[in-house]
Ligand binder design. Structure first.
Ligand code: AMP
Ligand code: GLY
Length: 427
């Protein structure tokens, strides 16, 4: 079968690596792909959001199956457009992708179906939002732009002044573009965060192994929020007991709620959870695989990913076994110095091959490209250096040993990925 994978980051590299291990897959195209993906797939220079060109390419190449990985083409309806041409896809249609595309939608869904989440109000008038924040008088308070904002549309405001400035930044200055014409103002929750990616065909939901992201740019969770600076799996805070509670109170109710709304979700539904003193609550839904969660989750998947993708598209996920290895995985992101603000690209990289031959180690490319046959940096997050082992501590040691092999100008990475996970239960 010929597969097309839409996207070009570390998440897509991890999906393509796993698909390339399937006996069902003869050929993989990636659009746009990147310098590392090029070793496993034929990269095609089409932007992930360019729906007409992507569909035209898929039709002309007689693609058998398309995997739409990033949020924006999903929210724009790429799956609907592919399906119209008879091309089956992994990923939700536009009606279901709204679960990530609009935070106002997802908050109202949770309220209507009693799914635990932070208390909130929605506003389209900045003055009303500021009045509400004043009357509420509790800080910190969380302000979120309604639409997609590259993971940056969330502000945690410690004072009234910060909150007022935040409302104005999002709604008046439109710092995150049109995604800020509506905002959600919500209660600040505390507790360990867990990412649970799940496969669902709208009938059954199969959670993958849990993971933990590290969102801040610097060690000890200092610095700005990023797309994610590293991940570990499994997440030790996510016990079997909590998993059972989440299945009953969050995962199944969400699938049923989407069906009841006529928005059946098929694809990877990502539950961003916070384990609060009052139980697990949903921080956010994503309509896709997480990045860099996928880089630690899929390496531990034992089952055939192509089979799972096709079963999801056909609504036959109940017939499939989804199994994970019992060990652990760790991913350390190597980023360009200055990320997430401003950084330079085009630096030569060395040592990736040395890292890739280390046992149970694999370097996923997030932002790289080939220039005259050499691999150079081409983005904020550059590489996701990943290793597996029977336990987390060893996986982390292996990942950092691989990081030590790799060099490029101004490389920046966190040295404390997994430190909090190793402390779980010992605090
Ligand atoms: P998001 O972009 O929705 O993933 O949010 C980014 C980060 O903001 C999350 O990973 C949380 O750490 C934090 N966050 C979002 N909502 C809340 C909340 N209600 N209370 C506390 N922290 C939050
Ligand atoms: N790592 C968080 C996300 O993919 O949204």
């Amino acid at each position: 079968m010929k597969f097309l994978v839409v996207g070009g980051g570390g998440r897509e590299h991890a999906i393509i690596k796993k698909l390339s291990e399937s006996s069902k897959v003869d050929k993989i195209y990636a659009a746009p792909g990147n310098g590392g993906i090029a070793a496993l797939a034929e990269c095609v220079n089409i932007k992930a959001t360019d729906i007409p060109s992507m569909v035209e390419f898929a039709v002309n190449q007689q693609i058998d199956f398309c995997v739409v990985a990033p949020d924006d083409p999903l929210v724009l309806g790429m799956v609907d457009a592919m399906n119209e041409k008879g091309i089956p896809c992994f990923g939700p249609n536009k009606a279901a992708a709204v679960i990530e595309g609009s935070k106002a939608f997802s908050k109202d869904l949770m309220k209507k179906y009693n799914i635990p989440t932070a208390e909130y109000e929605i506003f389209d008038d900045p003055n009303k939002a500021i009045e509400y924040i004043t009357a509420r008088g509790e800080f910190p308070v969380v302000i979120k732009a309604d639409g997609l904002a590259l993971g940056k549309g969330v502000l945690i405001c410690n004072t009234f002044e910060e909150a007022k400035a935040g409302v104005e930044e999002i709604m008046v200055d439109q710092k995150f573009g049109a995604s800020g014409s509506q905002i959600v103002v919500e209660e600040f929750l505390t507790g360990p965060e867990v990412s649970v990616l799940s496969f669902t065909d709208g009938n059954v939901v199969i959670p993958m192994i849990s993971s933990m992201d590290h969102k801040r740019a610097l060690d000890d969770d200092m610095g700005l929020n990023t797309g994610g600076m590293g991940t570990v799996a499994p997440n030790p805070y996510y016990t079997e007991e909590i998993a059972a509670e989440c299945m009953e109170n969050i995962f199944l109710p969400t699938i049923h709620a989407m069906n009841a709304e006529g928005r059946t979700f098929k694809g990877c539904l990502y539950f961003g959870l916070m384990l609060t003193p009052k139980g697990p609550k949903v921080i956010e839904y994503n309509c896709r695989f997480g990045d860099p969660e996928t880089q630690v989750v899929l390496p531990l998947l034992k089952s055939d990913l192509a089979d799972i993708f096709m079963a999801v598209a056909e609504g036959k996920l109940a017939d499939i076994k989804v199994e994970f290895e019992s060990g652990a995985a760790a991913c350390v992101i190597m980023a360009s110095g200055g990320y997430p603000v401003s950084y330079k690209s085009g630096y030569a990289m060395t040592g990736i091959d040395d890292a890739n031959v280390l046992p149970d180690t694999y370097v996923y490319h997030a932002g790289s490209k080939l220039m005259d046959g050499n691999i150079v940096t081409a983005g904020g997050r550059v590489l996701g250096v990943t290793a597996k082992a029977s336990d987390l501590q060893t996986a982390l040691q292996k990942a950092y040993r691989a990081v030590d092999c790799i060099h490029f100008t101004d490389a920046h990475y966190r040295r404390d990925i997994g430190r909090r996970a190793l402390l779980a239960g010992k605090e």
